[in-house]
Design a protein around this ligand. Structure first.
Ligand SMILES: Nc1nc2c(c(=O)[nH]1)N[C@H]1C(S)=C(S)[C@@H](COP(=O)(O)O)O[C@H]1N2
Ligand SMILES: [Mo]
Length: 315
């Protein structure tokens, strides 16, 4: 029997949660007295209107609960997506007609269920959940975004990697007819990224299909992108068309471009400066006063993944 599972992209316009409502919910959560009533009401209020099946109480244990959300307008107009140009305003402008219909993903390498999947088939078993995450760009700005997505680990388990698979490489669409930046040599294309298997399986790691309760726009990496909140933003690869299970650490776009400046791990770390600027502080988009950058972007629960590793060597 086929069971239809609602996805972020299935939202009808009237079901879409608007930004004001999101901010009201956030205010409610922040100021709520932790009574039994609040505990019962709050999780349902946090659910995206079109996705009542997701488990908000579980997903929000990992949320950046006391940070204000970055306005939708900023999240969708101040972007890094070099396939559409290097200016922060290029992606919103040039990805306006980005085609995401009939999207397919290749699953390759050391994995039992390899093959070409339609996006719908690939994630059908995993209803999207809402996760409010900070994302800290290597350029020392940050945002707080209510993502919709599925834990990457759930998908990996479904795909059944072989025991030899220790890393996953991800690849972005490489379509110059839609992505004018691909005609430049600012990076080597296609854009690729990678995670160690335990990082990929970590419950914080999300494959995002939406934000603010709406399907992703092209500039944010539609129809599916990674969100790894304890790493610099460039690890969160957009518009993914391939996932490759590998025994060795894969090549990644920014590391290949400038290995001294961008490591494979790219964990947010105020104690390891970029060769050309400090990483100690960040500007939250929409704020004036700079904030202190926190190790692992404040997601302390990932620290055990790196115990025994010198984070200055493995930056
Ligand atoms: N394919 C691809 N993915 C990418 C990038 C890119 O240029 N190409 N930029 C990265 C960088 S540097 C950041 S900070 C985040 C920004 O995500 P956002 O625009 O949704 O905030 O996307 C990342 N993913
Ligand atoms: Mo970034």
């Amino acid at each position: 029997m086929l069971i239809k599972i609602p996805r972020a992209s299935d939202c009808k316009e009237h079901e879409v949660t608007d930004e004001k409502l999101y901010h009201q919910r956030r205010a409610f959560m922040t100021h709520a007295v932790p009574t039994l009533a609040a505990a019962l009401v709050a999780p349902s209020l946090l659910l995206s209107a079109c996705n009542k099946s997701s488990n908000a109480s579980a997903s929000n244990t990992n949320a950046a609960t006391d940070d204000a959300l970055t306005p939708y307008e900023d999240v969708t107009t101040y972007n890094n997506f070099y396939e559409f140009g290097t200016d922060k305003s290029d992606p919103a402008r040039l990805a306006a007609n980005f085609k995401t219909q009939a999207w397919t993903l290749r699953v390759e390498g050391a994995v039992k269920n390899s093959g070409v999947y339609t996006l719908e088939d690939l994630i059908a078993k995993h209803p999207p959940q809402e996760r409010i995450y900070r994302l800290r760009c290597v350029e020392a700005w940050s945002m707080v975004i209510p993502w919709m997505g599925i834990p990457l680990g759930d998908l990996i388990k479904q795909l059944e990697p072989l025991s030899s698979a220790r890393f996953i490489q991800f690849e972005t669409l490489n379509d110059a007819s839609q992505m004018p930046g691909l005609n430049t040599s600012v990076l080597r294309w296609p854009y690729v990224e990678g995670l160690r298997m335990d990082e990929a399986l970590h419950p914080l790691t999300l494959l995002a299909t939406g934000l603010y309760g709406k399907s992703l726009l092209g500039q944010n990496g539609a129809p599916i992108r990674l969100v790894v909140p304890w790493k610099y933003g460039f690890k969160s690869i957009k518009s993914i068309v391939a996932m490759r299970f590998l025994p060795e650490q894969p090549v990644t776009a920014w590391n290949q471009n400038a290995p001294r400046e961008y490591g494979f791990y790219a964990n947010v770390n105020p104690n390891v400066d970029h060769p050309r600027w400090s990483q100690k502080k960040e500007r939250r988009i929409g704020e004036f006063q700079k904030r202190e950058t926190r190790l692992f972007n404040g997601y302390d629960e990932v620290a055990s993944l790196y115990s025994g590793m010198d984070l200055k060597t493995y930056f």
